[in-house]
Design a binder for this molecule. Structure first.
Ligand SMILES: Cc1ncc(COP(=O)(O)O)c(C=O)c1O
Length: 390
């Protein structure tokens, strides 16, 4: 009954566990959302009332596919400051960063095309790729991003269409690709004639260390499609993201968006534009960074103290995730069941891998949603579960 392109899609293991995760006393590190206490709720309430009172004829009418002009212009100016737009590029507002990924894949990929991505990678990106029957080739990630030597080796015998990378504070690992690797990746794209999708929803959330220029900022040939998102910096419920791509690619993406949702909802776009016009967005982002720095620190300290010594974790400099490696012989899917029985949860590595069987030793942790004392309590509980599972 089902089309081939959806046969291999499975619901996220986490969604299936939602009921269990809703139990009282559960400490869940399985989420992937921003801290709701940071939402500018009251302000957006006032803004939306004002828009509907004064400008309902625009807010409730069809909009243009490319996006509400003031929001598009604000986003373009912000991206120009980071060198993310070149003369050959166009920017559109999308319904979340997820749609920017989907429109890219839909515009570029034929069934069976090979796409290289980090292993591990983002489940939403992988499922979108699977829905176009792309072949996923995962390349291991190192402390400074995708192993480019392995990619180079692979390219000797294989033709690929696209590399999908979450370059900064990667979901799920928290890892950031170094500037050197970014340049090497772009050189390879030029030499072997493939495109790069740089998915960067977390890039603004650096809480320590130095900024690394985006891959897009080095892109003189128009090989990089950039996906941005306001989900982690304002609110995911508004469903606002953007895509930047070379004009000929963008033309196709716009047509794909027209057949998908016609345009991104106008009211949230107007709300965001009004928010940016009247309030200090950067100051708002600063508040998120302070909170996430504290929570990331609390999680790493707790893991260093209460997890068995042989468990290691990445050290994110921003974003909302870190990635733990268990000693040989563990199975994180089994461990998750035991953990949930003890009322603590994480995302098992299998969910995040292009080849799920390769995820047994890994766990993804989110720290943005939990206060430091609860983080400590959850990590203590999980430390026990890990020890008992030996
Ligand atoms: C790596 C990555 N890309 C894209 C998205 C999509 O975000 P949104 O559609 O909410 O903008 C997410 C959300 O978690 C993500 O982690």
């Amino acid at each position: 009954m089902f089309a081939d392109r959806v046969q291999s899609l499975k619901g996220s293991a986490i969604r299936e566990m939602f009921k269990l995760l809703a139990q009282p006393d559960m400490i869940s590190f399985a989420g992937g959302a921003p801290a709701p206490e940071l939402f500018p709720g009251e302000l957006l309430g006032e803004i939306s009332q004002k828009i509907l009172k004064e400008n309902a004829k625009v807010a409730l009418q069809y909009g243009i596919t490319e996006g509400y002009v003031p929001l598009r212009e604000y986003t373009r100016a912000r991206m120009e400051k980071k060198g993310n737009i070149h003369d050959h590029d166009e920017l559109i507002i999308t319904s979340g960063g997820q749609q920017a990924l989907d429109l890219t894949f839909k515009s570029l990929l034929n069934e069976g095309d090979t796409v290289v991505l980090e292993s591990p990678s983002f489940i939403g990106g992988m499922n979108s790729l699977r829905s176009y029957n792309a072949k996923l080739h995962g390349i291991e990630i190192e402390e400074d991003g995708m192993n480019i030597d392995l990619l180079e080796e692979y390219l000797k015998d294989n033709k690929i269409k696209l590399v999908y990378t979450i370059s900064t504070f990667q979901n799920p690992s928290g890892i950031t690709m170094s500037a050197e690797k970014r340049k090497r990746l772009l050189d390879l794209a030029s030499k072997h004639d493939f495109y790069i999708l740089e998915d960067n929803p977390y890039g603004e959330l650096r809480f320590t260390g130095e900024d690394v220029p985006t891959i897009k900022s080095f892109d003189t040939e128009g090989r990089v499609i950039y996906a941005g998102s306001y989900s982690k910096t304002i609110s995911p419920g508004l469903r606002l993201g953007w895509a930047i791509a070379r004009k000929d690619i963008m033309e196709k993406m716009i047509i794909c968006k027209q057949v998908s949702d016609v345009h991104t909802c106008v009211l949230p776009q107007m709300m965001a534009a009004e928010f940016f016009a009247g309030f200090d967005f950067d100051a708002h982002i600063e508040k998120s960074k302070v909170l996430y720095r504290e929570r990331a620190r609390a999680m790493m300290d707790a893991m260093d103290t209460y997890f068995p010594k042989e468990c290691t974790h990445t050290v994110p400099e921003g974003g909302i995730f870190l990635w733990c490696t268990l000693p040989e012989g563990y199975d994180s899917d089994a461990l998750l069941k035991q953990a949930v029985a003890e009322k603590v949860a994480f995302v098992a590595g299998s969910t995040c891998m292009p080849v799920p069987e390769e995820g047994a030793r890994y766990m993804r942790f989110n720290y943005s949603l939990t206060a430091p004392d609860k983080i400590k309590e959850g990590i203590i509980r999980l430390g026990e579960v890990i020890r008992n599972a030996r």
